[in-house]
Structure formats: C-alpha cells, structure tokens
Design a protein around this ligand. Structure first.
Ligand code: ADP
Length: 500
C-alpha cells in the first residue's frame, strides 16, 4: 500500500509530545511491512536549520490563503536508518521560529494560517511528487483540514478521488479552535461552517473538521476510544464522535525499541536486560542519585516522573502527596518536566527545602528522560486522562514499575499488583500478568494509597517486586503489533472508500 502520513511532529525532527514518537516510529514499521510510506512535516527552525541532512528537490507548492498565495519549498530527507521518505515543507515566515506552536505560554496568533498552509501543502505535494497514495493519515487538529479538502475541493479531481483518509486523535483536548473569520483561510465554502461540519459554538474547529470528514477515525488506545464518546471525556466533541462511532477505533501506540531498549541504550550508564537486570539497574539508580544530589542508597525507593507539567498529568495531586512525603517518608523523587509556570514555582520551592530527597530538572532533556526511566524504581503517572501514554511503557521496558490512574492507555497497559492471579487476568488486550499499581479515583488519597502500596511491596516483598519488574520487561511493547493493526485499518478504510 502507498501511505502518506502528515504530522506537525515527527521524531527525531520535532517533538513536544507523544504525537512525535508515533509519527517517527509507525512509518518505519509500516515500511518494514512492505508499504511505501512518505511522511510530511513542517520545516521548523530546528528541522531546516538543525543537524539533519535535507536535500533540495526543486519542488515548490503555491498555496492560496485568503486573498494571497504563499509559496513553500519541499526538502527531502529520510527517517533514520530507514527507507521512509520525509518531506519537509519549508516556509520560513511560518516555521522559522523558536518553537512549534507558541512561546511563553501563548500560542502563535497565526496558528490557523500556518497549519492550513501545511495541510494544503501536503495535498499539493502529493500531486507534484506524483505520490499516488491509497490513504492519507492525518494526525490531530494541525492536519484536520486534509480529510475535509479531500471530501470537498479535491473530490472531483481524478488524482484524489480515490484517496482515503484517516485521522488519528492523539489528544482530544487540543482541537485547533479559531475565531469564525479564519474560516476564510481554509478556502472552503462557508456553507461548511455549520454545527454538523466545521463550526463549534460559532468558532472554527479543525479537529472536529477532521473527525467529520475523515473516512476513518482512530485514537491511541481502545479505552480512550470509548472514553471520548462520553460527556466526561469528550471535550465537547462527544456528540460528533458518537455519531461517527462506526468508523472510530482505538489502537494502542507502541514504543520505538531501537531507541528505548535498556540492552542497547547508549544514554544510560549501564545496560541490562529482562534476563539480567538487577546489577545494571542498580548502577543506573546510583548514577541517577548522584546526578541529582540524592543520597546514594540502593534501598531507598526512588520515584521518577517525566512529562509535561500540565494539570492533565495529575500535578495537583502529585504535589500534595510530595509535600507531605518529603517531610515524612524516606522516599526519593526525581522530576523532569516543563510546562505550567505555577508548577515550576511550587516544585522549585519543594526542591529548595528538600534538595537531598527531590531531584528536579525543569526543562526538556531526552538524555535525562532515558536515565530517569532506567534509574528509578517506580514511575508515577496519575493522569486525569491519558490517550495512550508512552512513559509507562518505557518504564516497564526499563524495569521501572508504573503507578498509574486507571484511564485511557494506562488502563489498557497496566494491571494492578493485587489484580493478578494464577494464569493472569483479562483486560482489553487479553490475558496479562500484574505489572504495576493502579488506582481509580482522581483524588489525592487514592493516589497516596497506590504509592504507599508500591513502596510497601518494594521494601517488604522483593519476590513480588521482581515479578512485577519481570512482567513489564518481558512483554513486547514494540510497534510490531500496533503497526499490523494500522495496516488492517488502512486496508479496511481504502476498501470502503473504493466500494462507494
Ligand atoms: P504526552 O504526549 O501527553 O506529553 P506521552 O507519555 O504520550 O505524553 O509522551 C510524552 C513523551 O514526551 C515521552 O516520550 C516523554 O519521555 C517525553 N517528554 C515529556 N516531557 C519531557 C521532558 N521534559 N524531557 C524529556 N522528554 C520529555
């Protein structure tokens, strides 16, 4: 099959979250399954002027935007060690900026224009490069216009009429909502600005647009696919999602095992495997304790957290537990993250009063993320919602036991230590062994109980702890299974499109 993936983030070129990991790893897997895959990405400063080998191919696109025409230039590269072609859409006025979406907590005011430009560029490039895709896989609101363009403006063009579209929702909370007047930037007829299509309470909503017009919709875990059809987690789009539920499915993300593998990882101080982890993991823990100025004691439970400092991730609860525990409990914490300035302030305060119990790095560091996954005993993810979550899978691959709230992909990947019984228990993904600690209520006491249970097993029941570690490390978290599910979804979607 011939597949085009359009995304605003792709590892290793540009990343702010899990979307980038998915769009870097999935295309490689699909390619190794024998498909021809091309990936499109905006030409951010870090991409065009970074350390990547980009080649000029002499192809430009001319995109109508309102009453002007904006030119973009295509540059080509490949995903590392693969045959996957990556096309970078360079347009310095839009993308030669410090960040991807905004600075100092404010979105760029022309984000609608930037991503309408990118979405239209992908479709124009498909023609200019003669790619002839069977399907275009859009991701999140930034490319939500692509399915709509295929169903409207491009639908009677023989080059496009058979191209199916899939949109993947990586996080429903980010919808690309803009003032109504920006509808004119999309170039689509105002007749589509209605509640059943592109309008959301008198504003333009680009994710809704993608959901309404795509031939298929998926999200990144089976549980999240169900949750987003409820008022509680539907972020206002539950109605549209229920309406399209016959085309909506959930496919769990995998992890890139070329990058996240404790046996080969060059960013961690010692390598280890599922068959022989205690020594290597202990060396990683000691290194982490030293690096963050914590007491170098192999037996002290060490809880790691890596991620965006956003309320979604349960920070209000984490901080309450941390405040108490830093005073009262002999437990170490290492936090790597960046985000909400209020959380920065509170964490900095806690660090200043407890520098030997709390290791803190407010920023983004891939190297430290690997070292924390490898060196921690436990990894905390008490998310309010979690479409899939990658960190809990990285943790398990590195023998670090996750403590999570039962939501989205966390519910699909983690089985509580007390839920397991002979032969394993069943969840969405079949029979599995216990591999972590799970709590249900989004409430501080529930989180605290879960952490207490984990610390208790860690300190007093080594055998059970080793079983939890082993269950996490032995399970295959790679993209192989997910990629074949995507392959199936593409095949079905293309067949359905052609049968119309
Ligand atoms: P989300 O996409 O909601 O941010 P995920 O768990 O799906 O959450 O993916 C987050 C990804 O971003 C992981 O690969 C994680 O390691 C990485 N990450 C998040 N914050 C940081 C940070 N401060 N430093 C390094 N990596 C980070």
């Amino acid at each position: 099959m011939n597949i085009v993936v359009a995304s605003s983030e792709v590892v290793p070129f540009a990343k702010t979250g899990g979307l980038a990991d998915v769009c870097g790893a999935l295309p490689q897997q699909l390619s190794s399954l024998g498909h021809q895959v091309s990936v499109f990405l905006p030409g951010y400063r870090s991409v065009v002027y970074g350390d990547f080998d980009l080649y000029e191919i002499g192809v430009t696109v001319e995109i109508p935007l309102g009453n002007k025409v904006v030119e973009g230039k295509l540059l080509r590269t490949t995903l590392p060690e693969s045959a996957v072609q990556v096309y970078v859409v360079a347009q310095d006025e839009y993308f030669d900026r410090e960040a991807l979406y905004g600075e100092k907590g404010n979105d760029y005011s022309d984000n609608c224009e930037r991503f309408v430009f990118f979405s239209r560029s992908v479709l124009e490039a498909v023609r200019k490069l003669d790619l002839k895709p069977d399907i275009i896989h859009a991701n999140d609101w930034q490319t939500g216009l692509i399915p709509a363009l295929l169903k409207t403006e491009y639908s009677s063009n023989p080059l496009y009429e058979n191209i199916a579209s899939l949109i993947t929702i990586h996080n429903l909370a980010y919808q690309g909502v803009f003032p109504a007047d920006q509808m004119s930037l999309t170039g689509l007829d105002w007749k589509h600005f209605n509640q059943a299509e592109m309008e959301y309470y008198n504003q333009l909503n680009l994710l809704k647009t993608g959901i309404v017009f795509a031939d298929a919709i998926n999200t990144v875990s089976p549980t999240y696919a169900k949750e987003i059809q409820t008022a509680e987690q539907g972020c206002g789009l539950e109605g549209v999602l229920v309406e399209r539920s016959d085309c909506l499915s959930g496919i769990l993300n995998g992890i890139d095992t070329a990058v996240w593998n404790p046996e080969t990882d060059t960013l961690i101080p010692a390598n280890f495997s599922a068959d022989n982890w205690p020594q290597g993991k202990a060396a990683c823990k000691q290194h982490l304790q030293k690096l963050f100025g914590l007491e170098e004691d192999a037996n002290k439970p060490l809880i790691g957290i890596v991620g965006r400092l956003a309320s979604q991730k349960g920070w209000s609860m984490i901080l309450q537990v941390m405040k108490q525990w830093l005073d009262q409990r002999d437990v170490q914490w290492v936090v790597l993250g960046t985000g909400d300035p209020d959380y920065h302030t509170i964490l900095t305060g806690l660090y200043q009063t407890h520098p030997h119990k709390l290791g803190l790095r407010l920023g983004f560091s891939n190297e430290l993320a690997h070292q924390i996954e490898a060196g921690s005993d436990m990894f905390l993810m008490p998310s309010q919602y979690e479409p899939c979550g990658l960190n809990q899978m990285y943790s398990m691959a590195y023998g670090t036991v996750p403590i999570v709230r039962k939501t989205g992909g966390l519910a699909d990947t983690i089985i509580d230590a007390d839920d397991s019984h002979e032969g394993g228990v069943s969840n969405e993904l079949g029979n599995e062994l216990a591999n972590g600690f799970v709590f249900e209520d989004f409430a501080t006491p529930s989180l605290e109980t879960a952490i207490s249970r984990a610390v208790d097993v860690y300190c007093h029941n080594k055998e059970k702890w080793r079983a939890l570690v082993a269950a996490g490390m032995r399970r295959d978290w790679s993209w192989a299974a997910s990629a074949s599910e995507y392959q199936q979804l593409y095949t079905q979607t293309v067949a359905k499109k052609r049968s119309r």
